[in-house]
Design a protein around this ligand. Structure first.
Ligand code: FDM
Length: 215
């Protein structure tokens, strides 16, 4: 008997600081992929729906205080609890467009400058999670981001914090990384994003296996 293995989906990640346009661009990419007949879904981390996600949500909204190391591990656990579903979706041929992931996890905690919680410590708990096939980093200066109608009221939405996060992202660049100038028009950013996504989809069609962090 003959069996054809279904092509796996691509894992396309959006990362960036606050107000860089991640939400607009990730939603637009999913619509674009759907219009081309690609099975694609938008995921977002933290996933605030789960029990762990609700603890993270309360922390981000300032309703609870949690030790910095403990909350870092909650963000990581919130990815681990989605790991099996993520791998199942990819191997069923579904492309996942993901808004934030382990790079945000490491960059935000490391930016706090808490002794002991350096980048290596921050990366460790996410080791062996599925890795993105392409990471689209929407690059914008914290000053330009602040001009886009100002930051919101959640815990990390402060210019000083965002500057530290930008420096940490810089140190997390890897082979999956594509930096896109997010100060361009929405349409110009969309065009870049589609080009990167198309290349990622093609690499999966060509048999690229799922990769794992942080190899
Ligand atoms: N954030 C996000 C972290 O600190 N660690 C993580 O692992 C992730 C995924 O949570 F300030 C931060 C980044 C941001 C906040 O993100 C919530 P959204 O995208 O604004 O919901």
């Amino acid at each position: 008997s003959t069996s054809t293995k279904p092509l796996r989906g691509a894992f396309i990640l959006f990362e960036g600081g606050d107000r860089c346009g991640k939400t607009t661009q990730s939603e637009s990419l999913v619509k674009h992929l759907h219009s081309k007949g690609v099975d694609a879904e938008l995921w977002k981390f933290p996933d605030r729906q789960t029990a762990i996600g609700q603890m993270i949500n309360a922390y981000l909204q300032g309703k609870t205080e949690t030790d910095d190391a403990a909350v870092h591990l909650l963000f990581s656990a919130n990815r681990w609890e989605k790991r099996d579903a993520m791998l199942a979706a990819l191997s069923a041929g579904r492309t996942l467009v993901v808004d934030r992931y382990a790079y945000s996890g490491a960059a935000f905690t490391a930016a706090k400058g808490v002794p002991g919680l350096d980048l290596a410590w921050c990366k460790a708990p996410d080791s062996n999670l599925p890795a993105p096939d392409a990471t689209i980093f929407l690059s914008i200066t914290p000053e330009a981001a602040a001009k886009r109608g100002g930051y919101g009221s959640e815990r990390y939405e402060k210019e000083e914090m965002q500057k530290g996060v930008a420096r940490k992202f810089e140190q997390l660049k890897d082979a999956t990384w594509h930096s896109v100038d997010a100060s361009m028009s929405v349409e110009a950013v969309e065009a870049e994003v589609r080009r990167i996504a198309d290349a990622a989809l093609r690499s999966c069609e060509d048999g690229r296996p799922v990769q794992y962090l942080w190899l």
